[in-house]
Design a binder for this molecule. Structure first.
Ligand code: IVH
Length: 700
């Protein structure tokens, strides 16, 4: 797409514009250059995964372009980098016809199937050794995109293969899909491209974590998340999900008057290269060409071992006859082309039987139904029990005891029930009845109106107590090694441990002699308990298991007070002024600290030697940074992050864990990300470089 020379030139131009930008002297005349370099940096970031500019610099240039376009609307252009995000909601997704029907692929599962596919292709073409192009089979939602006169004009979902839904506004949000591409350089006038929309594994994980924090069931796999996102009516919401797209097939093209078909389009590999050269993310780097089927078989097997290391999901490989004339000779059935076949990897789905449902009570009292299944191997692990989340989820999936169910374990995602298979029902299946009372303490269950979860609100409920202790000792909380879930349950059942403070009064003499508890493990347990008293305040806050208070919020809370019990006096309003603390989180914190038994427990913990004071705040010396707050982000040019932080503290400064109105200085290094974004929106935060920081502390 960009030669070495062009890359160098654009990089130079970037530096010039960044300088001009900071002195405020970018003008209308620079607009095309500005767009060109923004497109270039998008390409480096979204296609090559190798950025050449700091996010901050990119954002500044982007904003400048936005401003110029706003001031002079006549300069607007449909393919400007600013024109991805549409304003307003999409009304509906009208049905549109694909230029060429989007057929599916035939499947193969082993080398015999592939040998068979090759034999048939050889017989039909009467060719001895066929050349194949092999590439990953991306596991997302299929799309078709049309470009006319170099501009993206339409994007659609697959639908029934003949007609799909027009989702252009959403496809424009996908940064790896160019809004314009120089097809005209190849004489091409109208082009229809097929590809797959994906959400990468880490974005999917984050998305599911968000759903679960809201008490909503997670999605079973990234494929559903990607396909579902394409149908969201708010394009700005779509933009937040960070969709990606691979394109792998040119299904139709027409030539401009007087132009000859480009040589590139005589092979499949040539079309992947053409797309790549035009700035698309085609599998140019992953595809491989083989003469004959033997190499194909080995490549498929090799790629399967790489599957988990990829940042996105693939469910197999696609083997395509490379020569387009040969493809045409082979033609297609009504369902699939005869010139291509999918090679499917080991399934991460399996069917099993739903034997029974158990109801478990969590530390917040939420009652979760857990399906007990006939054990089945999925994606390398045996699954015999799966959370089925809540009553709504059971209704929506129409799950019944005795049902055959399809389960899936996508990558490192927790296994999920995808659906029940009602066609196999015998009539003996039973409805799942949700209990009205807590299965452990038998108190009445409650459900808030806007919630899907039933709760036991008896905080003395033994199930909740045990789960709270398990959370308290867990690795990310107080990290009391040697305790572990099984021991907490055992000690609780034996009456040796009744509540969280009980951890610190545990009578070890009663444990010694118990099976699995030699002197060494008792010593280790005692040391771990003693060490946990030195854990920083934010870990203790997280360990308390206050609803909606995760590790990040716990850090914010720890910074906000001198003593943990100060929260008794902090108003809901003040809580909401803290970073990332919305009304829901604030309400939960307030509720926790208004509860008498929680306060008594904290007082007890303090007496037992757990510091509730914010130690860090006390250490602050009276240096020249007294009262000033700092946060470091990105890679600093000369200082190690930890050293810079220590310098700030030594000089009396205070470190914050996040950007908020309380922050005075954000010290920015290279590749600074979302913190910088946020800081730019708060006028009072001063954004400074390492050099400026050193100046402030008098080291420069
Ligand atoms: S070629 C006529 N190549 O898999 C050409 N499809 O199960 C047919 N898919 O509907 C498509 N990765 O949505 C092709 N590299 C790839 C693919 C791919 C994923 C999807 C595509 C297709 C489905 C068939």
């Amino acid at each position: 797409m960009y030669s070495k020379d062009t890359t160098r030139e654009l990089q130079k131009l970037t530096n010039e514009l960044v300088k001009k930008q900071s002195s405020g002297s970018i003008i209308k005349k620079d607009i095309e250059q500005l767009r060109a370099i923004l497109r270039f940096h998008e390409y480096r970031y979204y296609i090559l995964n190798d950025p050449m500019i700091a996010d901050y610099e990119y954002d500044q240039l982007f904003k400048t372009l936005e401003k110029i376009e706003e001031e002079t609307p006549s300069l607007k252009s449909a393919d400007s980098p600013t024109q991805r995000v549409a304003k307003g909601l999409t009304k509906d997704f009208p049905a549109v016809q694909h230029l060429v029907p989007m057929l599916s692929l035939d499947n193969s599962y082993n080398s015999d199937d592939l040998v068979d596919f090759d034999r048939k292709a050889r017989e039909l073409t009467r060719i001895d050794k066929i050349e194949y192009c092999v590439e990953p089979k991306f596991d997302g939602g299929s799309i078709s995109i049309i470009y006319e006169n170099d501009l993206l004009v339409r994007g659609a979902t697959r639908g029934d293969g003949v007609e799909g839904d027009e989702v252009t506004a959403n496809i424009r949000q996908i940064r790896s899909v160019p809004l314009s591409a120089k097809f005209s350089d190849y004489g091409l006038q109208q082009v229809e491209i097929r590809g797959e929309v994906l959400i990468n594994k880490s974005n999917f994980k984050k998305y599911n974590e968000g759903l679960m924090e809201e008490g909503l069931p997670p999605l079973a796999n990234p494929r559903n998340a990607a396909a579902g996102t394409l149908r969201i009516k708010d394009p700005t919401e779509v933009a937040k999900r960070n969709l990606e797209a691979f394109v792998y097939h040119i299904s139709y093209y027409s030539m401009a008057k007087g132009k000859k078909n480009p040589a590139e389009l005589t092979t499949h590999a040539g079309s992947l290269k053409l797309l790549w050269d035009l700035g698309f993310r085609s599998p140019e780097r992953e595809r491989k060409i083989f003469k004959g089927i033997e190499g194909v078989i080995k490549y498929c097997a090799d790629f399967e071992t790489e599957r988990d290391a990829l940042p996105y999901e693939i469910d197999g490989m696609v083997i395509k006859v490379n020569d387009i004339d040969l493809q045409e000779k082979l033609g297609m059935t009504s369902h699939h082309p005869r010139w291509a076949i999918a090679y499917k990897f080991k399934a991460r789905q399996a069917t099993s039987k739903l034997l029974s449902v158990e109801f478990q009570v969590g530390r917040t009292g939420a009652v979760t139904p857990v399906a007990k299944l006939e054990p089945v191997a999925v994606g390398g692990v045996t699954v015999s029990s799966i959370s089925i989340h809540n009553e709504d989820y059971i209704k929506e999936k129409d799950l019944r005891i005795g049902d055959a169910v399809l389960i899936e374990r996508a990558g490192d995602v927790i296994p999920q029930i995808v659906k029940s298979l009602p066609d196999t029902r015998t009539g003996k299946e039973k409805k799942i009845i949700f209990p009205k009372t807590c299965p452990v303490c038998e108190s009445k269950l409650f459900k808030e109106e806007e919630e899907a979860v039933w709760r036991c609100i008896n905080i003395e409920c033994p199930a909740q107590v045990v789960e709270r202790i398990i959370h308290f000792v867990s690795k990310d909380a107080m990290d009391i090694r040697g305790f572990g879930e099984a021991n907490v349950r055992k000690f609780y059942e034996l009456g040796l441990l009744e509540d969280v403070p009980g951890i610190y009064t545990l009578e070890v003499n009663k444990i010694s002699g118990m099976e699995g508890f030699g002197q060494k493990s008792i010593d280790n347990l005692q040391t771990a308990i003693a060490n946990s008293k030195k854990q920083p305040l934010h870990r203790l806050i997280y360990a308390l298991g206050i609803r909606f208070v995760g590790e990040t919020t716990a850090k914010t809370l720890a910074q906000a007070v001198n003593h943990l019990l100060d929260f008794k006096k902090i108003s809901l309003e003040d809580l909401q002024n803290l970073e990332d603390v919305g009304p829901k989180v604030a309400g939960s914190i307030h509720h926790f600290f208004s509860n008498k038994s929680n306060i008594e427990m904290l007082e007890q913990l303090e007496k037992l030697g757990l510091p509730l004071k914010n130690q860090k705040k006390e250490i602050l010396s009276a240096g020249n940074l007294k009262g000033q707050t700092f946060l470091f982000t990105g890679t600093l040019p000369t200082l190690k992050r930890s050293d810079a932080e220590a310098m700030a503290e030594e000089n009396g400064g205070q470190l914050l864990s996040g950007v908020s109105t309380k922050l005075n200085y954000l010290v920015v290094g290279e590749d600074a990300g979302s913190k910088l974004e946020k800081a730019k929106k708060i006028n009072s935060v001063k954004i400074i470089s390492e050099a400026e920081f050193l100046q402030i502390i008098g080291k420069k």
